[in-house]
Design a protein around this ligand. Structure first.
Ligand SMILES: C[S@@+](CC[C@H](N)C(=O)[O-])C[C@H]1O[C@@H](n2cnc3c(N)ncnc32)[C@H](O)[C@@H]1O
Length: 280
C-alpha cells in the first residue's frame, strides 16, 4: 500500500502524518530566505570588521607618509571645502580640517565620507574638538551631497574597492566645484607588482588597473589635466617588523620604494566654457 506523496506545508514539512498515525502536527520552522548583500553592504561589513579589530587608526601609520606628500600637492587654503572620500577613522580628514580652517577667505569645511558606519563612529568620536568637520555615512556610489560643492577631494587607499568606479567618478564630477581638484591615492595597482600580493588576502573584490588605465578612465569622465605620478613611501622598515601583508620584509621595502599611485585631475569650469563651447 502506498501513502502517496505527503502534503507539504510552505516550509516543505509534511502537514499531517500517515492517516493511521497519531497525526501530531510538527512545529513549523520558518527559514528566512538568505539575503544576498549588495557590493556596498559587503564593503560595509568588511570595513566594520576592520574597525572592530582596531585597524582604523593603525592605517595612519601605513598611509601618513604618502598622504602628507599628497596633501602638500593639494595646495589647500583656508576657506576651501574638501571631501575625504573613504575617510576611515578620519585621521587625514582632521589634517585637512586644520589646513582649511579659518582664514581671510572664510571658514573651510571638510566632509569625511565612508561606507562603514563603525569607521564613521570612530571618526566622530576622535574629532570632537573640530567644528569644521562633518562625517557622513554613505557610499562613493551615491555621494549624499549637493552639486558643484567641493573645491578639493582627497581619497586615500579607497578607490580600488568601489564596485562601480565609473559611477563613483560620475558622482565625484557632480559634487566637485568647477575647477575643483581631485587627488586619488592608490596603493594597489598593476604597475607595482609587490602590491598584487594582497589581492588574494583581501576578503572583498578589488580593481587592479594600471596608471595608464586609470588616466584613461578619468579622461573618459571629462576630467581635465589628468596626471598620474608615483609617491614613494620613505618610512623606514625595521628589521624586526612583522608583516602579514607581504611575503617578506624585502617585498615590503620594494613595495614602498615603487610607491603609491597618485591620480590628479581637474573638473572643467562649466560656468565659463572654453571659447566655441556652449553649455546647455
Ligand atoms: C583601506 S581603508 C582607508 C581608510 C582611510 N582613507 C585611511 O587611509 O586610513 C578603505 C576605506 O574605504 C572605505 N570604502 C570602501 N568602499 C567604499 C565606498 N564604496 N564608499 C565609501 N567608502 C568606501 C572603507 O570603509 C574604508 O574605511
Amino acid at each position: 500500500m502506498s501513502w502517496g506523496n505527503p502534503k507539504l506545508d510552505s516550509c516543505g514539512l509534511p502537514v499531517d502524518g500517515p492517516p493511521h498515525t497519531n497525526s501530531r502536527r510538527r512545529d513549523k520552522i520558518f527559514l528566512m530566505p538568505e539575503k544576498s548583500l549588495t557590493p556596498d553592504e559587503k564593503l560595509q561589513q568588511e570595513f566594520n570588521r576592520w574597525a572592530a579589530a582596531g585597524e582604523g587608526p593603525k592605517m595612519e601609520n601605513h598611509h601618513l607618509d604618502i598622504t602628507a606628500k599628497t596633501i602638500r600637492r593639494m595646495n589647500l587654503r583656508p576657506g576651501e571645502r574638501v571631501l575625504d572620500l573613504g575617510c576611515g577613522s578620519g585621521w587625514a580628514t582632521r589634517l585637512l580640517a586644520r589646513l582649511v580652517g579659518e582664514g581671510p577667505d572664510g571658514f573651510g569645511q571638510v566632509v569625511g565620507l565612508d561606507v562603514a558606519d563603525e569607521m564613521i563612529r570612530e571618526a566622530r568620536a576622535a574629532s570632537k574638538d573640530f567644528d569644521n568637520v562633518l562625517y557622513v555615512w554613505g557610499s562613493a556610489q551615491q555621494i549624499p551631497w549637493e552639486e558643484n560643492f567641493f573645491d578639493k577631494v582627497l581619497s586615500v587607499e579607497s578607490f580600488y574597492y568601489y564596485a562601480d568606479q565609473d559611477r563613483a567618478l560620475m558622482e565625484l564630477f557632480r559634487v566637485m566645484a568647477p575647477q575643483g581638484r581631485l587627488f586619488i591615492l592608490i596603493n594597489l595597482y598593476k604597475d607595482n607588482p609587490y602590491s598584487l600580493q594582497w589581492v588574494d588576502m583581501l576578503k572583498v573584490p578589488v580593481h587592479v588597473r594600471s596608471a595608464a588605465e586609470y588616466v584613461e578612465l578619468l579622461k573618459k569622465h571629462a576630467f581635465e589635466n589628468v596626471e598620474a605620478c608615483r609617491i614613494p613611501d620613505d618610512t623606514p622598515t625595521p628589521d624586526d617588523y612583522k608583516t602579514k601583508s607581504f611575503h617578506s620584509l624585502d617585498d615590503l621595502r620594494a613595495f614602498k620604494r615603487e610607491g603609491a599611485l597618485l591620480l590628479m585631475a581637474t573638473k572643467p569650469d562649466l560656468r565659463t566654457p572654453a571659447p566655441g563651447y556652449t553649455i546647455y
